[in-house]
Design a protein around this ligand. Structure first.
Ligand code: 13P
Length: 250
């Protein structure tokens, strides 16, 4: 049985003080959450102080990005050991904002993924189509292409432990959620594609989240879908009360 992962992606929000205040509030609200993993992927500058707060709570931390080199002349980048040193278990790799605004390529993301695995960081790999692709009916091809390119050369054992996040670009920050049926249809397809690329055990093990305007009011029906193993949450993860409702969706 796959344990759902509810992960907040704070994007470029919250100063250190704001971040600490929110996790202090959140830790009490989610302390009794059962059968669910909880993570916050925070801005890099917030992580050190947040790590002091989350300590032995059930909240894990994640970075929003990571470079594929260990050290060197890569101004402004973060290495795997740097993010681990501030308590990160997870790293988001290939968020659509990194792909679209910052030009991250599938080849680069493949290198980042392999580096995450080599350093025992659990990557949350984001894939998903644009509105024009959804309208043209090419969204299945799009996610299949991304899986093939991003997972090239990645071993089945690593895929079993990673997280995939299906985030259609047209549903991010728009208040427009994919219907639970639309999300289930493509996430099931993603799982079938993993089975084609690897095997049934790998497809059964990998956790696949939905992301895109997940809110307290729609999380339950999204989570009722058999192939959806959690959510990657932007806007609604910025406030402790609303994120705790998503964590405790049952
Ligand atoms: P919203 O929940 O704000 O739509 O953001 C989704 C997202 O991009 C999470 O990574």
């Amino acid at each position: 049985m796959r344990t759902p992962l509810m992960a907040g992606n704070w994007k470029m929000n919250k100063t250190v003080d704001e971040a600490v205040a929110m996790v202090n509030e959140l830790k009490d609200l989610v302390a009794d959450a059962e059968d669910v993993d909880v993570a916050i992927c925070a801005p890099a500058v917030d992580l050190y102080a947040m790590n002091e707060v989350v300590g032995d709570t059930n909240i894990d931390l994640g970075a929003q990005n990571m470079y594929y080199k260990e050290s060197g002349a890569y101004t402004a980048e973060l290495s795997p050991s740097m993010i681990k040193s501030v308590g990160c278990k997870y790293a988001i790799i290939g968020h659509s904002e990194r792909r679209e605004i910052f030009g991250e390529t599938d080849e680069l993301l493949n290198l980042k993924l392999k580096t995450a695995f080599a350093n025992d960081i659990v990557p949350i790999l984001c894939i998903g189509e644009k509105l024009s692709e959804r309208e043209a009916g090419t969204h299945f091809d799009r996610v299949k292409f991304q899986l093939a390119a991003n997972l090239s050369g990645v071993e089945a054992d690593d895929v079993k432990n990673m997280v995939l996040a299906y985030e259609p670009l047209w549903a991010i920050g728009t208040g427009k959620t994919a219907t639970p049926e639309q999300a289930e249809e493509i996430i099931k397809f993603i799982r079938e594609t993993v089975e084609e690329m690897y095997d049934a055990d790998t497809a059964e093990a990998v956790r696949i989240q939905y992301g895109g305007s997940v809110k307290p009011h729609n999380v339950k029906e999204i989570m009722a879908q058999p192939n959806i193993d959690g959510a990657l949450v932007g806007g609604a993860s910025l406030e402790a009360e609303s994120f705790s409702k998503i964590v405790k969706f049952k």
